[in-house]
Design a protein around this ligand. Structure first.
Ligand SMILES: *Cc1c(COP(=O)(O)O)cnc(C)c1O
Length: 410
């Protein structure tokens, strides 16, 4: 008799985005003429940069010739040309010591943030910010690091750190011990960023507790403020206590192409049951070689083009377009009397629902009265109640149209 991994049965039934999709479809069916504008799911809308397309076309041609054909990417950790380009452009040229042999290419930061927990013992205590990108929590549930979910919507054994107006949506280090701390800055869903001082406190915490920080920097390209760190490795000492996840998804519109990378520094250690240090870099490499055969050559060639002068310029333009949307959303919502956070160094606006309206009720109101889809904050954790997330990904004319409609119901 095959039995089930009962940890999966602890998972909350309705995942956020299917429920949003269900409500959207039901409304569209009842109102076929309504032109719904989506500001809900965090997916990009602009096409790939021409430099990327050109590089991918050239790579396709190489694959079609006997002389230049490529099969398996040896080891599955990513081609040297891409790991070198990342090391040089994202790190070394900015004074951050990250070598190509500390970079592992993958098909997504979702997979990497989900899979990296496999490296850690099941008795590790996990801490997350609340609201949170659900992947960090659900994958630890699947692995068996938690108990069931309680009535407050929190899994037992996970430490939830509320991200609220009071702490500017950046929780302070805990006064209790956690072993694995997930941090995401710029943050999805709140749009908050962490300062150098705030990150330094977390690095200090991790050192004191021999904890590991799992730092999700999927939105670093949206940082405009020069004082805000793009990488956890800008903080002295972070190489001993942190893993960093990055992705071409939001940076370069690769959500449908799939390419990301994880940085595991050589110094980073965890401990065996006798307290002896074990380096994580070779462990992650070993895991990849066993379970993964790499990202397609065509995709990696496209990703490398992101670092060419033309690629950089084209990507910068797209990000500016999104960030102008963010500015429009923030400013127009504020002018209407709403309280909106984020949207300055991140493509997300975290909108306080008016008069204490529940986030699913406000979602329904915006859907039925303005035909605008948002994401209810409660779907990201208990502290997200009372907010909805709006994304700045979209065409400027749609953003203006959505705000016009919201202004008519406000
Ligand atoms: C979009 C997103 C990612 C990127 O996921 P990919 O699998 O690389 O597309 C990672 N983390 C967060 C918080 C995100 O919102």
């Amino acid at each position: 008799m095959a039995t089930v991994n009962e940890n999966f049965l602890k998972l909350q039934a309705g995942y956020l985005f299917p429920e949003i999709g269900k409500r959207r479809r039901a409304f569209q069916q009842a109102n076929p003429e309504a032109k719904i504008i989506s500001m809900g799911i965090g997916d990009v809308t602009r096409p790939l940069a021409p430099a990327v397309i050109e590089a991918m076309r050239a790579a396709v041609d190489e694959m079609g010739k006997k002389e230049t054909f490529r099969g398996y990417d040896d080891g599955g950790v990513g081609y040297e040309f891409l790991r070198e380009a990342i090391s040089e452009n994202d790190y070394r040229s900015k004074g951050i010591a990250v070598g190509a042999d500390e970079i592992f290419i993958s098909d997504g930061a979702k997979s990497d943030t989900a899979n990296s927990q496999e490296l850690f013992g099941l008795d590790n205590i996990v801490a997350v910010t609340d609201p949170v990108y659900p992947v960090y929590v659900d994958t630890n549930v699947m692995a068996g690091r938690t108990g069931p979910m309680n009535a407050q919507g929190m899994y037992q054994n996970i430490i939830y750190m509320p991200a609220t107006v009071e702490n500017n949506f950046v929780p302070e280090p805990l006064d209790r011990k956690a072993d694995l701390v997930y941090l995401c800055f710029p943050n999805n869903p709140t749009g908050a960023v962490a300062t150098r001082e705030q990150l330094a406190k977390w690095v200090d915490y991790a050192k004191k507790n021999r904890a590991v920080i799992l730092f999700d920097a999927a939105y670093e390209a949206f940082i405009g403020d020069p004082a805000i760190p793009h990488s956890i490795f800008e903080i002295p000492g972070a190489r001993e206590v942190a893993i960093e996840f990055r992705s071409f998804s939001k940076t370069a519109g690769f959500t449908g192409v799939r390419c990301a990378f994880t940085v595991v520094p050589k110094e980073l250690q965890v401990y065996d049951s006798r307290g002896r240090g074990v380096f994580l870099n070779p462990l992650w490499s070993r895991r990849l070689c066993t379970k993964f055969n790499g990202v397609s050559y065509i995709t990696q060639a496209g990703a490398a083009a992101v670092y060419t002068p033309a690629g950089r310029e084209q990507i910068r333009e797209t990000i500016s377009l999104y960030m102008n949307n963010a500015k429009t959303i923030r400013e127009r919502l504020s002018a209407l009397g709403y309280t909106a956070y984020g949207g300055v160094n991140a493509p997300y606006i975290w909108l306080k629902t008016p008069d204490g309206t529940g986030s699913w009720d406000f979602f329904d109101l915006l859907l039925t009265k303005a035909h605008v889809v948002t994401t209810p904050g409660a779907g990201f954790g208990p502290s997200g109640e009372g907010y909805v997330r709006m994304t700045a990904f979209g065409e400027p004319e749609n953003v203006h149209e959505a705000l016009d409609r919201i202004s008519r119901i406000s």
